[in-house]
Write a protein that binds this ligand. Structure first.
Ligand code: HEM
Length: 455
């Protein structure tokens, strides 16, 4: 009994006063921080990996923004009520009666929008430095899933304030799912839970936004970080990685201090933006009065714009699915030189990328204007099914145009597989960005083309 008592009291003492190595008493607080950092990074990293322009700190920024979102989101949950008759009022209460409620809502809104930008730029950085080959292939796939998760999180959060803007944006976007062949009706019914956006829709979106999506993203992020570490850290330029013995430096403080500086600056920018601008909140949702134009959230405007030019099944299903599959499969294509670490791969890659940017810069606005003022293919072939005139024919035309573009690029710059892929990826990204800008700035009443300052 005595012995058991002695063991127990020793155990209790060692938990409340863990043994401290002589001379390290001052390090106790530091040790916890050191432990956290060294769970993510190795003890020592190559000197070259400290260069800011290698990654622009974008992946780390995504992690910081995600943490801000989680923290501010948890605070919002104390006040928000996910019911159609209470949601809007609870947001008003939060803004007008809860101390710092407006600021917390702004931080959540600003971080969410910044995260889309940061993740998109991070994806471009990874692509244009060729950091998705060999050991990093699967991490690109995890990244694409993370990006999809970010978009879905933004989209599901958009409905929660239950104002006119969010109600109609979500009604339009969920309405688009109807055009997905076979599963469309089921997806729409699951999301909407009735003929119109209502209490079931709000509960589904609330659950996805606060539980399913953040939970999945935390798991994906942990996997993403683990794979970065398994790959030996970030990709380095060949000069540094070919070196048999790169100069190594201690992670603490060298890398950790740099990361902390980037994180603090980012938090300061988010705070300043949240103080300067309020998150939008329109009138309370009115299911009987649709605004004109009724637009999707800005990050889905590219698809809504596409909807004006091609058949809905192609705009909301075939084209997004093809883009997603191509993006997922990008690292698994056969490349001539699967090395990374060089921006734009080579001078030929740079030229091919610039040509692709210019081509998209001319082709996309020209197509948008032409399809606004010229009769569409269905006008030329009135007897044909719209799936053929507005879906198959434009898609075949686009594929032929892509084949011609690829041939010209290959001939003109004698590109390798890497450089051709870079040109095609650039063409797709710039085209989609231009479609998004057109939808956001140049569409007015009835989704007609307008001058951006005419709103
Ligand atoms: C929540 C979203 C994300 C977070 C928190 C995140 C975080 C990070 C971090 C911290 C790094 C280390 C280097 C750096 O800072 O750039 C990294 C590398 C990487 N990320 Fe992400 N990432 C996210 C989304 C994505 C996306 C959307 C993609 C691509 C589709 C992607 C693909 C990769 C790849 C392949 C690497 C390895 C790059 C290298 O070794 O240089 N990540 N990520």
């Amino acid at each position: 009994m005595d012995e058991a008592h002695t063991v127990f009291s020793r155990l209790r003492r060692s938990i409340s006063h863990p043994p401290v190595r002589p001379g390290t008493e001052h390090k106790r607080g530091w040790a916890a921080y050191e432990n956290l950092v060294l769970h993510i990074h190795p003890r020592r990293v190559p000197l070259e990996a400290l260069r800011f322009t290698l990654t622009w700190g974008l992946g780390g920024m995504c992690a910081v923004l995600f943490s801000l979102l989680a923290a501010s989101g948890m605070l919002l949950l104390f006040v928000y009520e996910p019911f159609p008759d209470k949601a809007y009022q609870s947001v008003l209460t939060l803004q007008n009666e809860v101390p710092f409620g407006q600021l917390v809502r702004n931080i959540h809104y600003v971080s969410a929008n910044f995260l889309i930008f940061a993740a998109f730029l991070h994806m471009l950085r990874v692509f244009y430095t060729g950091a998705f080959h060999t050991v990093r292939q699967f991490n690109w796939v995890i990244g694409v899933c993370l990006f999809t998760g970010i978009l879905l999180s933004n989209f599901t959060g958009y409905l929660l304030p239950w104002d006119q803007l969010s109600y109609w944006a979500v009604t339009i976007s969920t309405g688009m799912t109807e055009y997905i062949p076979l599963a469309g009706g089921w997806i729409q019914a699951t999301l909407q839970g009735g003929d119109e956006t209502g209490s079931h829709t709000l509960m589904v979106f609330f659950t996805l936004h606060t539980t399913v999506l953040p939970g999945s993203m935390i798991i994906l992020m942990a996997w993403h970080f683990w794979r970065i570490r398994k790959a030996g850290g970030v990709v380095l330029p060949p000069s540094a990685s070919d070196d048999q013995r790169p100069t190594m430096v201690a992670t603490l403080p060298n890398l950790a201090v740099r990361e902390a500086v980037v994180a603090l600056i980012l938090v300061a920018v988010v705070m300043a933006t949240s103080v300067a601008f309020n998150a939008p909140l329109g009138e309370m949702a009115n299911p009987g009065l649709s605004p004109n134009p009724a637009k999707a959230p800005w990050y889905f405007m590219g698809f809504q714009e596409l909807l004006l030019h091609v058949h809905p099944t192609f705009a909301v299903c075939f084209i997004p699915a093809a883009l997603l599959l191509l993006c997922l499969g990008l690292p698994y294509r056969r490349y001539d030189t699967p090395s990374g670490g060089v921006w734009f791969f080579s001078s030929q890659g740079k030229k091919a990328g610039i040509t692709a940017t210019l081509t998209a810069g001319v082709a996309v606005p020209a197509t948008v204007v032409l399809s606004e003022y010229a009769p569409g293919l269905s006008g030329w072939f009135p007897g044909l099914n719209p799936v053929v005139t507005e879906g198959i024919l434009p898609t075949v035309t686009a594929c032929v145009a892509l084949a011609v573009f690829t041939r010209i690029i290959k001939r003109r710059f004698a590109t390798t597989n890497n450089e051709t892929t870079l040109a095609l990826f650039t063409l797709a990204v710039v085209s989609f960005a231009l479609l998004t800008l057109t939808g956001v700035w140049f569409r007015g009443e009835g989704m007609g083309l307008v001058h951006p300052f005419a709103h």
